[in-house]
Design a protein around this ligand. Structure first.
Ligand code: HEM
Length: 454
């Protein structure tokens, strides 16, 4: 069965369910691609509820109700139990999954790490990664899987802002360990998140203890060495985190907390940014007019050099294209929570222990919120247009909004503008990527594009 629709005017999307499916049919579909279990109604209704064997779930698409979940009633809607149980072996009780006071102090301690100034200081690492990608593309011949390339580029960035310079390991070994680590984290079935019973076979079951141990060992060695050596001349994420302190309690992170948060940055920030760039490049190939317009902007600002943080303010169209890529293919396509008390959302009764899903993929294609929702149109974001609050959530919202959003946006703008200014990307007929939800929204089959040096 093919689930890809490609009507010419619209880039690939998942065919959403139109009929009522029984539990077994849902399970079968969900094992293929979690996005397939989103009913088409989720792009037209404010709330859709159902039950999957053990759990009552509600998909919420109405912006005010989403605001209740993400901001107003944070205590009633903490991160889902299953997300926490699954991620804990990998990233401990780090900022991503901690709740209440333990989350709050970590978030306060880490916030200064991601100030605009600190990110701008680290941006040369992003420009260097863009240049390194160009060198690889110059040596490649014709068709290149741009997903693999973007994973390599964002890996270079994240490893250079976390582990580099400590001599903890050689970079190939770190790369290998991180890849295995992320792969295992990403393979956690989204089914787990919506409470599919454990007897349903998963393609991959949790983490191999060895890969986890290896990764934690690398992180621990890096932290220890950096403590001995002192901060780098331009402090990176590890230095800034080592320095971080909760201004209210003066508490600093201990070794385990530092390591868990550092690993969280890697898991949360590496592949998500690679996906953003891969989908953006695919969309540029899909719509050559957009690509031409992007190139005119990039070439006139960059004049042959690679992009820097200072250029970002002068690359508004590049930012629009990235925002539109994040709308159509949000890397975090689901946000999930477990209700801790009875409540009402959109007039529907929510019971304690119900799973609340915010299907960002469906929200971003909702017919009440977006004009021609399935079409690629970066003009939607022209002139700094801000969508209605809680209708556009690639980075979530409320107090638990992505702490690395600005880091990711600057990185994506720098890499996309640099590449587009130097290469033409052409779509390969019959090889359009299919959006598939693992833990993130990935392009099945990669993003093979013909790359031509200009
Ligand atoms: C395009 C790239 C990225 C996307 C789409 C993305 C998306 C998200 C989303 C949707 C959330 C909220 C999850 C929820 O509420 O359940 C989140 C949280 C988080 N993200 Fe990102 N992220 C990206 C890049 C990054 C980067 C680069 C970093 C760090 C270097 C990062 C670190 C985090 C952390 C630590 C949290 C948890 C924050 C908290 O709970 O206080 N992310 N991200």
């Amino acid at each position: 069965m093919t689930n890809i629709l490609n009507s010419g005017a619209e880039p690939p999307k998942v065919k959403l369910v139109t009929e009522v499916w029984g539990p077994i049919q849902s399970l079968m579909a969900a094992r293929r691609n979690v996005l397939e279990i989103i009913p088409l109604a989720a792009t037209k209704q404010p709330i859709v509820s159902g039950r999957t064997v053990q759990v009552r779930w509600h998909m919420v698409m109405e912006p005010d109700a989403i605001g209740q979940v993400l901001k107003e009633k944070l205590d009633i809607y903490p991160k889902s139990d299953v997300t926490k149980n699954l991620l804990k072996p990998a990233i401990g009780d780090s900022m991503f999954i901690a709740e209440g006071a333990h989350w709050r102090w970590q978030r306060r301690a880490a916030s200064p790490v991601f100030t605009h100034r600190n990110i701008a200081n680290l941006a040369p690492i992003m420009s260097t990664a863009a240049d390194a990608t160009c060198m690889r593309l110059d040596n490649a011949n014709g068709t290149v899987d741009m997903y693999e390339e973007m994973v390599a580029a964002t890996f270079e960035v994240i490893s250079n802002v976390t582990f580099s310079g400590t001599g903890a390991m050689d970079s190939a070994e770190v790369h290998h360990a991180i890849n295995r680590y992320i792969d295992q984290t990403a393979r956690i079935s989204l089914f787990d998140v919506i409470g599919i019973p454990t007897w349903v076979p998963r393609p991959f079951r949790l983490f191999q203890p060895n890969a986890l141990k290896k990764m934690k060992g690398i992180a621990d060695t890096s932290i220890r060495k950096r403590r001995e050596q002192g901060a780098k001349p331009i402090p990176d994420l590890l230095d800034l985190l080592l320095d971080g302190e909760d201004p209210e309690t003066n508490r600093q992170m201990n070794m385990a907390e530092l390591r868990d948060n550092l690993l969280t940055f890697i898991v949360a920030g590496h592949e998500t940014t690679a996906l953003t760039l891969s989908w953006a490049l695919y969309l540029c190939a899909f719509d050559p007019e957009v690509q031409d317009k992007l190139r005119i902007e990039a070439q006139s600002v960059l004049q042959g050099r690679s992009a820097t943080a200072e250029d970002c303010a002068h690359l508004p169209y590049t930012e629009q294209v990235i925002k539109e890529a994040l709308r159509l293919y949000p890397p975090a396509a689901f946000i999930s929570r477990t209700a801790q008390a009875n409540d009402t959302l959109c007039g529907r009764e929510i019971k304690r222990k119900d799973t609340i899903m915010l299907p960002i993929y469906a929200l971003h294609r909702h017919h009440d919120l977006w004009n021609k929702p399935d079409q690629f149109d970066p003009e939607r974001f022209a002139n700094g247009y801000k969508p209605k609050r809680y209708s556009y959530l690639p980075f979530g919202d409320g107090p638990r909004i992505c702490i690395g959003a600005q880091f990711a946006m600057i990185e994506a703008v720098i890499i996309l503008a640099t590449l587009i200014s130097r290469y033409k990307f052409t779509r390969i007929e019959g090889h359009d990527p299919k959006p598939v939800m693992v833990l993130t929204l990935r392009p099945e089959g990669g993003v093979p594009l013909k790359v031509t040096r200009l």
